[in-house]
Design a protein around this ligand. Structure first.
Ligand SMILES: Nc1ncnc2c1ncn2[C@@H]1O[C@H](COP(=O)(O)OP(=O)(O)OP(=O)(O)O)[C@@H](O)[C@H]1O
Length: 347
């Protein structure tokens, strides 16, 4: 008698990565089911459009798919957090929250309830069930965004694209079937799925952020004007005036209380110590040396970390520039993610 196939639930977005993920797992002999999450209605017909592509793939593969409406949870835990963070003068990371609470929180629960042994996605990262690792394709690596996922979720996760380059996935997809070919011909998805163009358009739906304010130097002197603090993030060097400045000036602080921004020259952006909160660790050590990424796409900086209660005290061994509160400090041991914390402050 043949053994029953193990079931894998695939998070399907209607994009090429998750569509090829489903194909690969079926090829590997798993029983594949898909699940589409309704998270937000960015534009009219948004879900219908995604479901059109999912339907085509599901038909080709002969698989069943589910639709799971998590719009309320997404709104509360990702969208509101995103808007509020900008209004509070910090730089949110909505994908990190979504991965922890939605995709590898509620979607994982759904997969388990439906008898799946694993949950797979088209993320570019790798896992051995105990840790995350950077993807082979470093230019697409998403391990930074996965670093707040609970340790308990890891044994259920699968990333079949971990060893592939995006262009190979597109090529493979285009060669499979017309349903896949159509997906390769549509536009690539946005960096933040609910932001159509720029983040300020989203914030503007909730608050008037176009309120002119003063630009301050590091001593608190008024040196120019800006168009509203929520338009800026740490390190930005455009869109404000600095009287008589010859050298470039960068935003070093946002002050929502009085709608001012503080600017300084490049050395003022230099950071040597970072305080992290809401830590999520995959190792038990309380003191260790590692590399830290302080934003997505930054290089790793060598550092020493001390964990105390829910905080991480991070001493950089080389300075970093333009570190924003609200982003993640992700700890790497070579390509292995050993934990992360949200940046609370840096100096
Ligand atoms: N609405 C959704 N429902 C279910 N799973 C999703 C959804 N959005 C994203 N995912 C899963 O998370 C993975 C990574 O999402 P991301 O937004 O980074 O998409 P992507 O790189 O554009 O991938 P894709 O090409 O599959 O859209 C996707 O490959 C998919 O498996």
């Amino acid at each position: 008698m043949s053994e029953k196939k193990q079931k894998v639930m695939v998070g399907m977005s209607g994009g090429i990565d998750s569509s090829v993920t489903a194909y690969m797992l079926q090829q590997q002999g798993y029983e594949v089911e898909g699940v589409y999450l309704k998270l937000h209605n960015r534009t009219d017909g948004y879900h219908e459009n995604n479901l059109f592509y999912i339907e085509g793939v599901a038909k080709y593969l002969g698989i069943k798919y589910h639709i799971l409406d998590l719009a309320n949870k997404f709104n509360e835990e990702v969208y509101d957090y995103f808007v509020n963070s900008y209004l509070e003068g910090t730089t949110p990371n909505p994908c990190v929250k979504c991965n922890r609470n939605i995709k590898f929180g509620a979607m994982l629960d759904f997969a388990k309830e439906h008898g799946a042994s694993f949950l797979a996605t088209g993320h570019y990262a790798a896992t051995d069930g105990e840790f995350f690792y950077e993807a082979e394709d470093k230019s697409k690596d998403q391990s930074y965004f996965l670093s707040q996922i609970r340790k308990e979720a890891l044994p259920y996760m699968m990333f079949p694209l971990s060893n592939y380059k995006k262009e190979d996935i597109i090529k493979l997809g285009a060669s499979l079937d017309v349903a896949y070919k159509k997906i390769t011909e549509k536009n690539e998805s946005q960096e933040i799925c609910f932001v159509e163009t720029v983040y300020t358009d989203v914030i503007k739906k909730h608050a008037n952020i176009d309120v002119e304010g003063d630009v301050l130097d590091e001593d608190g002197n008024v040196v120019g004007k800006h168009k509203g603090y929520a338009h800026y993030t740490i390190g930005k060097r455009k869109g404000f005036t600095v009287k008589g400045a010859h050298d470039p000036h960068f935003v070093i602080k946002l002050n929502p209380k009085d709608n001012t921004i503080t600017v300084g020259k490049k050395p003022a952006l230099e950071i040597n110590e970072v305080l992290g909160e809401n830590i999520n660790m995959y190792i038990d050590k309380k003191e260790f040396s590692c590399g830290v990424k302080l934003r997505y796409r930054s290089t790793t900086t060598p550092c020493k970390v001390r964990i105390e209660n829910d905080k991480a005290f991070i001493m950089l061994e080389a300075p970093a520039f333009g570190v924003a509160s609200g982003q993640l400090a992700v700890f790497y041991d070579d390509g292995k993610v050993i934990g992360s914390a949200f940046i609370q402050s840096a100096n």
